[in-house]
Write a protein that binds this ligand. Structure first.
Ligand code: ZN
Ligand code: ZN
Length: 466
């Protein structure tokens, strides 16, 4: 190591003043300095690259997710975080089998399909049945019970790209609850136009649910172009009264309760009696790709930001990093965290789970007493092109339960979701899709917010709800 005095000696007064000022910043929590430092970050990308390269797809409950946990503990320890640990929990696990779809008549051709999480199996021989098309979930809901007996119900949508990703909330129910409704109407199987915006021949994976008492049926997502093709076929065939028949082979299995786990790491604060800041992402991914956007990037961003704070000296409050397990398949990690840590003193929860494109808006759900903090954050984010507006912050899937149980304050840094649903849960969610420059803007925004809230003496306790 070079001694500072040796380094300074040959330099002029101006240069040593510069070095001196950065030395002051190195032990201070000046948000502008931390923001500038974070704009040079490479750790978020490094974590995303490591998870996608050294682990790859990380489906919850599988040995791949277990390898991801081992990798994560090692990585977080090597970065110097405190209290790094795995908190295991058990969750029901579903794994993909064979999956094919083909129209057998009147226009025989093969389609690209993937089973939705919790889909039943068609058996190895598959099923062949008439396709009944609905242009919306409401249209399928409207048909009488039993009327889809022996049929494959097929629901499409008209989702478009949107910066705030709002199409997901509007059309997601086709995947989330559509299969259970189709089952209740008697359908033999259910297929959807993938919930996405890419129009590549990539089906989008994702979870669905069959509540108690509803018989699970085989259920798959077709790629968007294939779904459009099938819709055209149904329309053409209607003119000649010929049914469109599809053969579906989906052989997933439930393999019972398996182990998952939450990875936790901390930057311990100077005053543990002050509530901590919880920053979350999820470690698991769907199995079709390496889960770069969803959500290795989120783990990279929140961790790189916490590291920025740690490198600038101990913050007042503890920052706890949560890399949740088993998010994709039912938010098991978030539930396990809330159960295990309801007694811990939290102040604010935040989450990154929407890719790595530029953050464009900050949303708050803070008590009125913290108005000055809100103003300070809004001002500090302006240089990054981020405006404070929009609805109250609600947090993400992994912090939802702890926010609800502990009535926590929330700050959301909203990422640009314009291309998020081109990639979401597809075989295309890979490292090359990460734009390092936009990712650094994310780290800078997160670091700025953390530098303010982790050093704030404000009371973030929200008033009890009536
Ligand atoms: Zn996610
Ligand atoms: Zn996801």
């Amino acid at each position: 190591m070079i001694k500072t005095s040796k380094l300074l000696a040959p330099l002029g007064a101006a240069a040593s003043a510069l070095l001196f000022s950065s030395a002051i910043y190195a032990t201070s929590h000046d948000p502008a300095a931390i923001q500038a430092s974070a704009l040079k970050d490479s750790l978020a990308y490094e974590i995303t690259e490591g998870l996608t390269t050294e682990v790859g797809p990380r489906q919850a409950g599988t040995e791949a997710e277990a390898r991801a946990r081992d990798w994560s503990v090692k990585k977080l320890k090597s970065l110097g975080f405190q209290n790094v640990r795995n908190e295991p929990f058990m969750m029901p696990t579903w794994v993909r089998g064979e999956e094919t779809a083909e129209v057998t008549s009147p226009f025989p051709q093969k389609f690209h399909v993937t089973a939705l999480g919790n889909s039943a199996s068609t058996g190895a021989k598959g099923i062949e049945a008439e396709v009944v098309h609905f242009a919306s979930l409401a249209a399928m809901k409207a048909v009488p019970d039993g009327s889809l007996a022996g049929k494959i119900a097929f629901v499409t949508h008209n989702m478009h790209r949107a910066q705030d990703g709002s199409g997901y909330g509007a059309f997601g129910p086709i995947r989330w609850v559509g299969p259970a409704i189709a089952s209740q109407k008697g359908a033999l199987a259910y297929v959807i136009k993938s919930i996405g915006t890419d129009y590549h021949r990539n089906p989008h994976a994702g979870n669905t649910n069959f509540p108690d008492g509803v018989k699970p049926i085989a259920t798959g997502a077709l790629s968007l172009p294939d779904a459009d093709n099938l819709e055209r076929m149904v329309k053409l065939a209607r003119n000649t009264n010929t049914p469109v028949k599809m053969k579906l082979v989906l052989t997933p299995q439930n393999i019972g309760n398996q182990e998952s786990g939450n990875i936790i790491a901390e930057v311990t604060g100077r005053d543990p009696s002050k509530g901590m800041i919880l920053v979350a992402c999820h470690l698991d991914s769907w199995d079709l790709a390496t889960g770069a956007f969803d959500d290795a990037a989120g783990c990279g961003i929140v961790t790189a930001a916490a590291k920025q704070i740690m490198d600038h000296g101990k913050p007042l409050r503890t920052i706890r990093i949560l890399w949740a397990g088993a998010e994709e398949v039912g938010l098991w990690g978030g539930k396990a965290y809330a159960k295990a840590h309801a007694g811990d003193k939290h102040a604010i929860a935040m989450e990154s789970d929407f890719g790595a494109d530029n953050i464009w808006r900050v949303e708050f759900n803070l008590p009125d007493e913290a108005k000055a903090v809100r103003e300070q954050i809004a001002q500090a984010l302006l240089p990054l092109g981020i405006g404070a507006s929009g609805p109250p912050a609600t947090g993400g899937a992994d912090v939802r339960d702890i926010i609800a149980s502990n009535n926590l304050a929330v700050i959301d840094l909203q990422q640009d979701g314009t291309r998020y649903f081109d990639l979401h849960h597809t075989p295309d969610d890979t490292l090359d899709k990460i734009d390092p420059k936009q990712m650094r803007q994310n780290v800078a925004a997160w670091s700025t917010v953390l530098s303010i809230i982790a050093n704030s003496t404000a009371d973030f306790t929200k008033p009890e709800k009536e």
